[in-house]
Design a protein around this ligand. Sequence first.
Ligand code: CP
Length: 318
Amino acid sequence: MNQAPAPAAAAPRPWTRRHLLSLEGVCAAEMQRVFAEAERCLPLVMAPGRKFDDLAGHCVANIFFEDSTRTRNSFTRAAQLLSADVIQVSGEGSSTSKGETEIDTARNIEAMGVDALVVRHSSAGVPRNIADHVRCGVVNAGDGRHEHPTQGLLDIFTLQRHFGPDLAGRRIAIVGDIINSRVVRSNIFGLRTLGAQVIVAGPPALAPASLGALGVEVSHDLDAVLPLVDVVMMLRVQFERLAGQSIASTHEYRDGYALTERRTRLLPEHAVVMHPGPINRGLELDSEVADGPRSVILRQVTHGVAIRMAVLKLIIAG
Ligand code: CP
């Protein structure tokens, strides 16, 4: 397997990035800086009632040109727990419907005295493009099939809290609609930097052999992969992005790649089940598994708030 070994237990280092647009190129020490900050924030998320005042007087704008439940509300909650003000901008209901460009929208929101823009868009590269035209920090909240860096960080943070900080040698299977997933790319970059091994599994149309170029093993045989891994991360079949790569039928997809109760019995005793959400219950993941004892899915959501607190604090306050 073409897996790059990497230092896993790097010490945290000072944060110097103005934006977080990708996990590609983010080193282990930078990730550990985020995780150290998230550890400090997590008690506030787990037992609400208190706030930090780290970002008092600052303002965060969530600019979501594409729908979201977890990411948008997680960033909102994160900003509130740091005592920041939050502005919400959606594609629908904003002047983008009158033809305003994404860059003009972002520059106008920045001109209201905003310290960071959290941007989601259905096209890859929009957060990067916006970052090139504003002075404040920009966080990519998911852009097309490109990346979703805070999702990658919260997934890795969840694994570190479960297995311990050293993920070197851990095996993570990421299963399903790989080719259309921004979550998978951020996870691959982050996990490989920390020395973990990634296997992607799915039907050939959605998990082509060319993905091996990212340094992962590619498999089309989920039953053969499951006994080998510590973690199975299921991905949503992204029907809205399937153009050009079809699945034969949802029935056939389920047969080959759904994580069913029967299939979880192939996993080692200690293995955990993840999903970034939203879940197509009964397609890629059965409810007995999503809500079962191996699932850490809601823990991912809780950790997501702490990770976003850490990222906002580092981007705005350094
Ligand atoms: N995981 C994730 O990005 O979910 P949302 O689309 O609900 O934000």
